[in-house]
Design a protein around this ligand. Structure first.
Ligand SMILES: [Zn+2]
Length: 203
């Protein structure tokens, strides 16, 4: 080998790029190219640590959470027909006014699932958007909840009950990903989360 060739081979040997694969505390895959061209002594003088790269199969098994947001405006009032007018006024205050008042609700729908290796997606985003519109927004946007949404003919349309009703509408319509959480913001300072859980604590 002539000198020039020898120098080239030596330089190649010294310039190494290390790919480090890390898994964070949530088990999320996070490849990090250190990108350092490490000028090291020749490889045969160093202990070499091989780092295993997870296979595609291992990545597929990871559970991910995806959230889509939507906004809708609706009006409501709070009233329990089993209580006296005085009790209703005491419990619900101004919200008991039967003429109602409006809110700009923000809805967050979180689904969970594995990554489809063909698409790289957890869920078909277009389908999720269509389902949210069809099942929730078309039924509730610009509606008087107490009078126009069947669930609230017999249930008080609080943000809590709204979250439950939205869960009940969406959960059966989910296809490849499962519904994980429904979050409803009544305003910036107040939101309710529902995970579809029954309360199994008997008191
Ligand atoms: Zn209100």
């Amino acid at each position: 080998m002539n000198r020039r060739k020898h120098e080239k081979a030596d330089l190649k040997e010294r310039l190494r790029v290390t790919l480090e694969v890390r898994t964070d505390s949530h088990g999320m895959f996070s490849p990090r190219l250190l990108g350092k061209r490490l000028v090291t002594p020749p490889a045969n003088q160093l202990p070499i640590t091989m780092k295993r790269v997870p296979s595609g199969k291992e990545l597929k098994a990871r559970l991910l959470y995806l959230t889509r947001k939507a906004e809708f405006a609706a009006s409501h009032y709070y009233h329990n027909p089993d209580l006296s007018p005085e009790e209703n006024r005491r419990i619900f205050g101004k919200c008991n006014n039967p003429n109602g008042h409006g809110h700009n609700y923000v809805l967050e729908v979180t689904v969970k699932g594995e990554i489809d290796p063909r698409s790289g997606f957890v869920v078909d985003l277009k389908k999720l958007k269509e389902t949210m519109h069809r099942e929730v927004l078309d039924a509730m946007d610009h509606r008087f909840l107490n009078k126009e949404v069947p669930e609230f003919l017999s249930r008080i349309p609080t943000t809590e009950n709204l979250a439950v009703a939205i869960w009940q509408r969406l959960a059966p319509k989910m296809t490849n990903a499962r519904l994980h959480r429904v979050r409803v913001y009544e305003n910036h300072d107040l939101f309710v989360d529902f995970y579809g859980e029954e309360n199994d604590c008997v008191t």
